[in-house]
Design a protein around this ligand. Structure first.
Ligand code: HEC
Ligand code: HEC
Ligand code: HEC
Ligand code: HEC
Ligand code: HEC
Length: 348
């Protein structure tokens, strides 16, 4: 059955930023992530509260933060920053005897411009910084920063490296997202097996949105430097209902016996990509008089995922159907009750 969710008054208060985001039917677990000024307004109040901290509070040991304040602010709200302190990870780790098999991706040593062919070693210094700046950016000489441009600057030597140019950057992300371990599924394997890269899609393209802001701030005054095109380090995530809604396209075709719903995967990999996550679509068919003819549902989970680059067809029975209503609920570790991320109505 499709529940109709009354719009709470809160919704008005949620839409604050210059970019209007269409919110899904509201649910309690959507939390208001702290208010910010600037290009990140669109992240306001979008995340689902799944028991994780909204940001990494303890930045001690992060030398980059002094001059890269804006990027640090983005990054500290990502699960890369909270990878070590993540309560879900800590809980899972308790049950593991050989913990060293787990810690290398959650507090990795610098990759030094060469994506390793095995799981990275564990960093002993400041593991609380999780997947940190130097993991991705430090060069093998221990002082040069690898980046997309290699601009000369007062902070440190910089060098352009192909891992930071759009398509090659896939190799950087694949490093840690290519293994089935714990609850994690190897989404990068799907990506590599697909035609996504040749079509110009990339992990960064979908998960680190384009943004115009300073790459560095003045160390003393904190004033932002020259504004340049870059990529937000605040990862787009499936805990954001609006982003999750973009994971699939729905198309309904009515026929004699009811309708066929075609679900197309719009991501670069299977959906979902984590054990314990479930996306349930609920369907109701109505006739022209508004009477309900039938109800059914389909769940995508790690056991029956939506494959990459695939259309998934679901037959819906209902003689004389004129209208199809679909709602999608997302369950994940920390959100056992689920949250509605999608509602659509199709008419014959
Ligand atoms: C090869 C790198 C790698 C290793 C090794 C690794 N993880 Fe992870 N872990 C990841 C990635 C990548 C994610 C994010 C997956 C996602 O969000 O879909 C993650 C996320 C998690 C999460 C968070 C799930 C959630 O609720 O969001 C848990 C729990 C976890 N890992 C446990 C473990 C355990 C336990 C081990 C050891 C058995 C382990 N990890 C080893 C890469 C790794
Ligand atoms: C003393 C100030 C300072 C510190 C500390 C600092 N940076 Fe920078 N960094 C800069 C400046 C200035 C730029 C140039 C920004 C620009 O091009 O607009 C820069 C540029 C970069 C770039 C881009 C390189 C390119 O392609 O042009 C990267 C990546 C980078 N820094 C990473 C880091 C990391 C990681 C740390 C910490 C280990 C760090 N920086 C610490 C000042 C600093
Ligand atoms: C050194 C290992 C490592 C590298 C390199 C890495 N990741 Fe991750 N990534 C992780 C871990 C670990 C997590 C999960 C942390 C957790 O939930 O505890 C994660 C989580 C994520 C998530 C899930 C975010 C969420 O909130 O659900 C996305 C998306 C992601 N990474 C994208 C990327 C992209 C894009 C790149 C390449 C630019 C990349 N990763 C490179 C280890 C890595
Ligand atoms: C998971 C890997 C990863 C981590 C962790 C990471 N970066 Fe980046 N960073 C990237 C990638 C990939 C790009 C380039 C994206 C592109 O342009 O395609 C980038 C770009 C940059 C740039 C160039 C400006 C821009 O916005 O594109 C700077 C400066 C930078 N990073 C600094 C940092 C700092 C400081 C931290 C820590 C607070 C950090 N990075 C953490 C992967 C990472
Ligand atoms: C065409 C856009 C697109 C591309 C390319 C893409 N992703 Fe995703 N990704 C998404 C969307 C949308 C979601 C949300 C759907 C979901 O969580 O099931 C997602 C979810 C994820 C998650 C969370 C999975 C889970 O179930 O917890 C991780 C981790 C991730 N992507 C990593 C990557 C990595 C690494 C790459 C490159 C190898 C990549 N993505 C390429 C769009 C994309």
């Amino acid at each position: 059955m499709i529940g109709l969710h009354p719009l709470p008054l809160l919704l008005g208060a949620l839409i604050l930023g210059p970019v209007l985001i269409e919110f899904p039917a509201p649910q309690d677990p959507i939390q208001e992530v702290e208010a910010e000024e600037g290009p990140h307004d669109r992240w306001l109040a979008r995340l689902v509260d799944d028991g994780r901290p909204t940001k990494l509070d303890d930045l001690s040991g992060l030398t980059c933060a002094g001059c890269h304040q804006t990027i640090t602010e983005e990054w500290r709200h990502s699960t890369h920053a909270t990878a070590w302190i993540d309560p879900h990870y800590k809980k899972a780790l308790k049950k593991i005897r050989r913990k060293r098999g787990c810690t290398g991706c959650h507090a990795p040593v610098p990759l030094l411009g060469k994506p390793p062919t095995k799981i990275p070693d564990t960093r002993t210094e400041n593991p609380h910084l999780g997947v940190t700046c130097t993991t991705c950016h430090l060069a093998a000489d221990g002082e040069t920063m690898l980046g997309p441009a290699g601009h000369a600057n007062d902070g440190h030597p910089s060098e352009a490296n192909e891992l930071f140019n759009h398509l090659e950057s896939n190799a950087l992300c694949i490093t840690c997202h290519n293994v089935n371990i714990g609850p994690v599924l190897a989404v990068a394997k799907d990506f590599k097996a697909s035609d996504q890269a040749s079509m110009g899609d990339s992990c960064v393209g979908c998960h680190m949105p384009s943004i115009n802001r300073a790459w560095a701030n003045d160390e003393i005054s904190g004033e932002p430097g020259t504004s340049r095109a870059g990529r937000s380090h605040r990862l787009e995530t499936s805990r954001d209902p609006a982003f999750l809604r973009g994971a699939m396209n729905l198309r309904a075709e009515f026929n004699e016996t009811g309708a066929v719903l075609v679900v197309t995967n719009l991501t670069g990999h299977r959906v979902p990509g984590l054990i314990g996550r479930e996306l349930t679509l609920r369907f109701s068919l109505y006739n022209a008089k508004g009477q309900r003819l039938s109800s059914s549902s389909h769940t995508f989970s790690h056991r029956s995922h939506l494959p990459v680059e695939a259309d998934f067809k679901i037959d819906l029975e209902g003689l004389g159907a004129a209208e199809l209503r679909v709602s999608g609920t997302h369950k994940a570790p920390g959100i056992p009750k689920g949250i509605v991320f999608l509602e659509r109505t199709f008419n014959r």
